[in-house]
Design a protein around this ligand. Structure first.
Ligand code: F6R
Length: 368
């Protein structure tokens, strides 16, 4: 049942190319344009949206952070991302022109469910991104984008996360198509890049032995930091969460630009810092990230860098370097998170912990 793997989690990590491919299946109409069959909101309803609030918990919240970058960039609609447990208790501003997007793998998370119930009392439309057919959250939503990860057994979300990212990109592209904020050609191009992702993820999975070796070198670590920028920031947060929940290690993710505003004080000799390096582009993201890496390294950190193929600038500052395929910055989370999942899984295994059933955690959190 685990296909020869020791853990469901490991099996599910390796299923990700298939899960991503399945979540992209059937999304193009005969004319090649993007279609979402469970959308159920009319084009006019979507054009009337002036604000989007994404609500979710845990890993699903990090998918929502990536969605914010994608939706604001492609659709020019303001997006807030909020933890479901905070949302309902702060008297949020909602009305009929607000679209609430609830992201939940299980579709049963109590905090998220209560949040959408509240949103609906305020006449907001609710769209669910969910992996579980017929679960409560999609049943109580106006529209659904189902992910097709298949059942996720490991308590730590892996393929659930990647397919949520896919659904978020599809939603962003669909809104851009309906609102006309992007040309069809560009939407088509990004869809093509998404369709090439399963192959890119396979390339990252082929590096598993290197990542495992790296993880085993860190069994003695007491603390691990994760740095990212832009879409790599939620990846850093997700990498840290995986390590906390599986290896019971102190792990924290930061936006690299925040280092000098406090976290750099944590850096001491030998501290492992995992750095998600953005692709080289026209913006200054990549170079800014490099200076962050230099700063922590100058203070004794051991830098473990994930950087795209061909990025030679990072090499002198990387104590360890894992190569990612070259993909656009917004899509990079789909490849960058995979080594972090493998790292946490292997480190927890080496420490002798139960990766599929971490202590104190439940797969679906049905109490608030
Ligand atoms: C982390 C993890 C949790 C869930 C969170 C939300 O690996 O699995 O943080 O992401 O409990 O669950 P769903 O997506 O089912 O609402």
């Amino acid at each position: 049942e685990k296909d020869g793997h020791d853990w469901f989690m490991r099996k599910e990590i390796f299923e990700q190319p298939r899960a991503v491919a399945d979540s992209l299946l059937g999304r193009r109409g005969v004319d090649g344009r993007l279609q979402l069959d469970e959308m159920r909101l009319s084009d006019q309803e979507l054009r009337d949206i002036t604000k989007i609030i994404i609500i979710a918990c845990g890993t699903s919240f990090y998918a929502g952070m990536v969605a914010k970058y994608a939706i604001e960039h492609w659709c020019r609609i303001p997006v807030e991302v909020e933890l479901a447990s905070e949302f309902r208790y702060r008297d949020p501003i909602l009305d009929y022109s607000t679209l609430v997007v609830a992201i939940s793998q299980s579709g049963e998370t109590a905090d998220t469910l209560q949040a959408i119930r509240h949103a609906r009392t305020q006449r907001s439309k609710v769209l669910a991104i969910c992996n579980t057919n017929g679960s409560t959250i999609p049943r109580e939503s106006d529209a659904v984008i189902y992910t097709h990860a298949g059942p996720e057994i490991g308590v730590a979300s892996t393929k659930g996360f990647l397919t949520q990212l896919v659904a978020c990109y599809l939603l962003a592209l669909y809104l851009a198509q309906v609102k006309g904020t992007r040309f069809g050609d560009e939407i088509d191009q990004v869809l093509g890049q998404l369709e090439a992702m399963p192959e890119q993820i396979e390339k990252v999975l082929a590096l598993a032995p290197d990542v495992y070796a790296l993880a085993r070198e860190h069994v003695q670590s007491r603390s691990v930091l994760f740095l990212g920028r832009h879409a790599g920031y939620p990846v850093a947060l997700e990498g840290a969460l995986k390590l906390k929940e599986l290896a019971y290690l102190h792990a924290e993710g930061f936006a690299a630009g925040e280092l000098k505003h406090g976290p750099i004080a944590l850096v001491e000799e030998g501290l492992p810092v995992l750095c998600v390096v953005p692709p080289r582009g026209r913006d200054q993201l990549h170079d800014k990230m490099l200076s962050g890496i230099q700063e922590v390294r100058a203070r004794g950190a051991r830098t473990l860098c994930l950087a795209e193929e061909g990025d030679e600038q990072v090499a002198p500052y990387a104590d360890e370097l894992i190569r990612l395929p070259r993909v656009p910055v917004l899509l990079q989370p789909l490849v960058a998170v995979v080594p972090l999942q493998l790292f946490a899984c292997e480190l927890a295994t080496a420490l002798g912990y139960d990766v599929d059933q971490p202590r104190n955690l439940a797969k679906s959190v049905t109490v608030e």
